[in-house]
Design a binder for this molecule. Structure first.
Ligand code: SF4
Length: 81
């Protein structure tokens, strides 16, 4: 049986993740690889805010989350302190 997705599920937003319908590799580029395609997809993603919040809250180190790269998220975190 599939788990129920509802508001109590902190990962419910992932069912609307646009990247799940695309090439996941674009979101985890090799070092120095292009992040442009992934970021473009994030721009049109409905759950971008939830995604970024999740990545910041869980200290996700790798990949593009909420349209931001690892370095951009680190900067954002520093600014928020
Ligand atoms: S914002 Fe980007 S990384 Fe996050 S769920 Fe949407 S498409 Fe995926």
């Amino acid at each position: 049986m599939r788990p129920t997705v509802d508001d109590d599920n902190p990962l419910a937003w992932q069912s609307d993740a646009l990247c799940a319908q695309t090439d996941p590799e674009a979101f985890f580029p090799e070092k120095g690889g292009s992040t442009r395609d992934a970021k473009k997809i994030c721009t049109g993603c409905e759950v971008r805010g939830d995604c970024l919040e999740y990545a910041l809250g869980n200290d996700e180190r790798f990949g593009i989350w909420g349209g931001l790269s690892e370095r951009e998220r680190r900067k954002l975190r520093k600014r928020a302190v």
